[in-house]
Design a protein around this ligand. Sequence first.
Ligand code: GCV
Length: 712
Amino acid sequence: MKAIITILLSFVSISPIQAENGYELWLRYHRLADPRPLAQFLTAPAVCGNSPVIAAAREELTKALSGLTGHSYTILSTPNPRTSFIAGTPASSRVIPTLVSSHDLAAIGEEGFIITNTISNGRTAIAANTDIGVLYGIFHFIRLLQTQQPLQRLHIVSTPKIKLRLLDHWDNLDRTVERGYAGASIWNWHHLPDVLDQRYTDYARANASIGINGAVLTNVNADAQVLTRPYLEKVKALAGVFRPYGIKVYLTARFSAPVEIGGLRTADPLNDTVQLWWKEKAREIYSLVPDFGGFLVKANSEGQPGPQDYSRTHADGANMLAAALAPFRGIVMWRAFVYSQQSSDRFKQAYEEFTPLDGRFSPHVLVQVKNGPIDFQPREPFSPLFGAMPHTPLMMEFQLTQEYTGQGTHLLFEAPMFREVLDADTYSKGSGSTIARTIDGSLDQFPLSGMAGVSNIGSDINWCGHPFAQANWYALGRLSWDHSLSSAQIADEWLRQTFTNDPAFVVPVKKIMLRSHDLLVNYMTPLGLAHIMYNGHHYGPMPWGNSLGRPDWNPVYYHRADSTGIGFNRTETGSNALSQYAPELQAQFGNLDRCPEEYLFWFHHVPWQHRMRSGRTCWEELCYRYYAATDSMKAVVQAWGELGKYIDTERYHLVQQLLNVQLKEAIWWRNACLLYFQTFSRKPIPGVYEQPDHPLEYYRQLRFVFVPGQSK
Ligand code: GCV
């Protein structure tokens, strides 16, 4: 009997049937298949120093080593003669300078780290100039263990390419999350500051493990209440949890706060009393949170108040706030997401408003620009602001939460989408002036640089709703640390840490992830279509939408389909938005035959009969793209169907169900869009394709009222 129980128990412990809820994220320290080779690298491990950051590092390493090897480890605070692993700074340990080169130490700055065992054979050192560098190094070392990388002859010298690596939460004080698809906000304002949920620590651990060093806690559609004393006490409590992990807190500043909570009559940035109010507010914040990061501001955009309400400029507004924060070394991130009613083309507006202000922002201001000129569409050409403001540090805003890209149910790995933008050449200083080099400050020699991702985190047990959405949080962190990482490397790391090292799982799933962006673009908005989703909640297709007061809130504004063709003419003969790009790009994008087909309808009104590179007509190509994508989606569902034996049942089944929803929705997109565009092309959907199972009218009358994440 005992033998049977033992057999059963051992079966249970190795069986992938065990449920997992995804809470551990990529910090999943389950026993490796064969941890024995690690032992020699981990004898009497020591992490030197005694700060809260080092305590966090020690705790993490204990957890990781014990989990991954199945043995319990105690991490020493000073090395002994048997020690084969030591982490610290020259200040915390005299051994460190003997194990790493001074040249490497000089190169890594304040946050970087070195992992090496090439200098002292037999001893692995993690060295940094600061404790936070040590913590980053330890997380990197843990990643090497989790992903089973060789540990012999290690020599890694790593330093972040970008200074501010942030998550922007669009979380409201009532715990709703604008464009959030993973449950309520993780910030439980009602319980704070007295209740410190373990999630806050785990959030900080996850961020530190990928190099994220700041969190904007509140929605850019801001509530001034967060700047009142009771809320600042809550912010202080969160900052206290995050500090040992190197994460600063930032808040969104509502421009009208001096009026709304300060009792002033005006929020005019050039008014002395207003300036004084912000200075005092800054002093109050820093008295509670001495390392407060600064403000993120959405002003004069989508109804938010701003300096233009007083006939002042964005620079006037940003500089006023920067002056209040500067004595404490805080910064202002001023968003360039603006589109007033005036311009002939929404595409052009941010550029029109911001380029005249180039060089007029204080050195403590970064202008935060969304990756594309419109609004986080499945694929956009890069925003022409990048490369057009050489005297102003621009930071990148990506959107992790999938507002326009399948919301809570579609598997989309965003790294390829981010890479596409980072690798794009603006030609601002000749060929090779990539966006990566623009935002890391190296092209124009800016000391400040930043990359932010609009968070996809909520209080769902697995943090992000869709198990694969975690990969986008991961990708943002890894790319903001090192924007030269390939999407494949990021996917590989994430899969191994999050699921398994088994290549039978990693290889096919990596393929699915790497293709997911192209696939989603092609079943939603192929060939440069954009913004053809439902009004308001943005869930599902509504290319016929034409009921809103502002033309540029309506899908028909973007696709411009008519009996002659489809697409928005942004060449010289149209809105000429193309003129905002460098001449090299104008020549390429402006020429119907040279324009990358991915961007075709962004720049051209293309005749239905136009011959595409495939030899198909424009209409046939549109049909082909939609059908090829839904076919590929079927193949994804099938491929996932084979993988059940490699991972736990709970996550496996959740993904399987979500993939089926994604397939259903991909077909919905395809049918609704093709039937609608057919009313203009007046051509049949080629007979080789399975025909839509409902008429257009069916799709037009679908209504969804309670979609999550709607703005208020
Ligand atoms: C936070 C889009 C979204 C809004 C969002 C806005 C922004 O318009 O739909 O929900 O508001 O972008 O980025 O400010």
